[in-house]
Design a protein around this ligand. Structure first.
Ligand code: MN
Length: 326
C-alpha cells in the first residue's frame, strides 16, 4: 500500500508506558488509495490518539465488503518506504508484488509477505489479470532505532505456526502467541495473528501482560473484554492482561495485534517512518530525485509509473499524542 492522501500530516508518536487494561473502540475511516484510480481502504491505525500498538503503526483493511468500490483495478504503482516493515496478509484473491530488491511474486491467502524497507525500498502492488480481487490486511511495523538503517529485504512464509484450542485456531503471522512463534524476522517483541473461532464457542488465550493488544474483526462477531465486536472499529485493549477471554455465538475471524509499547518517538509522513522532520525531508528528496542508491529500481516499471511524493506540510504540525490514561 501507499498512503495517497494528497496532503498527509506528520504524525509524532511519543514514547509511552502501558496504560493497563482498557477497552476502547477506535473507528475505521475510509481512505483513498491509488490516487486518481480511486481505490479505498478501511484504516484503523494510526488513530489520532492511538498512533501505535506495540510497533504496529498502520493497519489497512483492503477489499472490505463495506468499503466504497470503484471499477478501476486497485493497482498501486511504484512508491518508496523507509523505517518500516510492511505485512501483507490476503484473505482472498491475489496480488503481484514487485520490489527494488528483485522480488516479483504472487501473494495469495495463507502466505505471509513481509517486506523490510530498512533504509529504503520501492515496491508496486498490482492486481493479477483474471484473478479475483484482493481482500485482506496490510500492516506496517515501525523498525526500532538500531535497525532502521538495515539493508532492505523481502520474505514470503507459507509455513506458519498454528495454535489451537477447542473452538479457536490462531495462525501466528509474526512474533509469538501462547508459545507458537512465527519464523518471520521482526525487530521488536510483538505478535500478529489471524484467529478463527467456531460458532457458539468460548476460549481463553494466554497473553503477555507487558504487551498492549488490539483486535480487528473481519468476519462474524466476537466478544472481547466484555465488548461485542463486529467488523469496523479497532478494539484497543491496553496492557496488563495475562489472558484474553473470547466468546463468539456467530463464529468469527479477527486479527490480534500486540507488542511492547514502543519506547521511541516516531515521525510518520506519507510512506516514511522516521525520527525527525529532517529524515522525512531527506527521504522525500531522494525519491523525487530518483535516487536509485537509496530506493533501487523495480524491474518492469517505467519512471513515469512512479507515484510522486505529495507536498510536505507547510509547517510542523502539533505532535499527535496518545490519550492519557491517568
Ligand atoms: Mn507500500
Amino acid at each position: 500500500m501507499s498512503d495517497l492522501d494528497p496532503h498527509p500530516a506528520e504524525t509524532h508518536c511519543e514514547p509511552v508506558s502501558g496504560p493497563g487494561p482498557v477497552a476502547e473502540l477506535h473507528p475505521a475511516r475510509e481512505v483513498p488509495l491509488g490516487g486518481v484510480r480511486g481505490t479505498y481502504v478501511e484504516r484503523t491505525l494510526p488513530q489520532r490518539d492511538l498512533p501505535t500498538v506495540g510497533a504496529w503503526c498502520f493497519l489497512d483493511y483492503f477489499g472490505a465488503p463495506t468499503v466504497t468500490t470503484t471499477d478501476a483495478p486497485p493497482d498501486i504503482d511504484p512508491h518508496p518506504h523507509i523505517g518500516l516493515q510492511t505485512v501483507t496478509w490476503p484473505f482472498e484473491g491475489m496480488i503481484r508484488h514487485r520490489d527494488s530488491v528483485g522480488s516479483d511474486v504472487r501473494i495469495e491467502p495463507g502466505q505471509l509477505n513481509l517486506m523490510t524497507s530498512g533504509r529504503g525500498i520501492a515496491h508496486s502492488e498490482y492486481t493479477v489479470p483474471d484473478a479475483p480481487a484482493g481482500r485482506g490486511l496490510q500492516l506496517w511495523i515501525a523498525l526500532p532505532g538500531g535497525h532502521r538503517g538495515i539493508a532492505p529485504h523481502f520474505e514470503q512464509h507459507r509455513d506458519l505456526p498454528v495454535y489451537t484450542v477447542p473452538g479457536l485456531r490462531a495462525t501466528v503471522l509474526l512474533g509469538s502467541l501462547a508459545g507458537a512463534t512465527s519464523p518471520a524476522i521482526v525487530y521488536t517483541p510483538l505478535v500478529g495473528a489471524d484467529i478463527r473461532m467456531d460458532p457458539a464457542t468460548t476460549a481463553v488465550l494466554d497473553t503477555d501482560p507487558g504487551f498492549e493488544y488490539a483486535v480487528l474483526v473481519v468476519e462474524g462477531t466476537v466478544t472481547v473484554a466484555g465488548i461485542e465486536l463486529a467488523p469496523g472499529p479497532l478494539l484497543y485493549l491496553g496492557t496488563g492482561r495475562d489472558r484474553l477471554a473470547l466468546s463468539s455465538t456467530t463464529g468469527a475471524r479477527f486479527a490480534l495485534i500486540g507488542g511492547e509499547p514502543l519506547a521511541e518517538e516516531l515521525v510518520m509522513w506519507w510512506n516514511f517512518v522516521a525520527r525527525d522532520h529532517t529524515e522525512i525531508v531527506a527521504a522525500r528528496a531522494a525519491w523525487e530525485a530518483h535516487d536509485t542508491d537509496r530506493f533501487g529500481d523495480i524491474e518492469g516499471h517505467t519512471p513515469e509509473q512512479r507515484i510522486p511524493a505529495p507536498p510536505l506540510p507547510g509547517l510542523h504540525l502539533k505532535p499527535r499524542r496518545r490519550r492519557s490514561h491517568s
